[in-house]
Design a protein around this ligand. Sequence first.
Ligand SMILES: CC(C)(COP(=O)(O)OP(=O)(O)OC[C@H]1O[C@@H](n2cnc3c(N)ncnc32)[C@H](O)[C@@H]1OP(=O)(O)O)[C@@H](O)C(=O)NCCC(=O)NCCS
Length: 173
Amino acid sequence: MIPEEFDESFQPIIGAPVTIRPLRPDDSGIERDFVSGLSNETRYNRLLGGAIKVSDEYIRRLTELDWSREAAFAAVTMLGDRESIIGVARYVIEDDGEDCEFALVLADAWQGRGIGRRMLEKLMNIAAQRGIKRMHGEILSTNVPMLALVRKLGFRLKRHPQDATVTRAVKYL
Ligand SMILES: CC(C)(COP(=O)(O)OP(=O)(O)OC[C@H]1O[C@@H](n2cnc3c(N)ncnc32)[C@H](O)[C@@H]1OP(=O)(O)O)[C@@H](O)C(=O)NCCC(=O)NCCS
């Protein structure tokens, strides 16, 4: 079930007020705009270097969630008279039910305003409330902003055993 009680609004350092709320199936249009608007560098960092095709099926997978095994929150703001997504944080629970993998991405123009940190903190709190024990993420070893952010939030960093280009961040919740 979509957890409506998790909405949170705040004023970032600069820019219009932002609300963090669950991502819903009817967000497919603004999610598509968000993903399509990301720069190559941001996509590269988010997708660990992989390429994506923004198909209907891809957007459906991102917005139609099985909340019993995953969660996704959008940071939204009003641009003119229209709500826009400016960031998404999500986790997927592993088969053991105790671990989850997170992913986080902010629209280029909204990076560096404290929003990513707030989203990841929220994601960690929600995962902990739901009884998940550990959260991890795979981060490109060149992704200095993300490595700095997870370090600040108390994640331990380990080099990937098979791939030095990837750092694994792990946190007990
Ligand atoms: C990485 C990312 C999620 C961080 O979100 P953000 O909203 O830009 O980060 P915040 O403004 O909340 O910053 C939080 C902390 O991250 C670090 N940070 C952010 N931008 C940084 C930069 N350009 N250089 C170094 N550190 C940086 C800092 O430690 C910062 O804390 P501080 O403000 O107290 O110094 C965002 O930049 C992004 O979407 N990048 C592209 C996609 C990506 O890399 N996703 C992660 C995949 S694993």
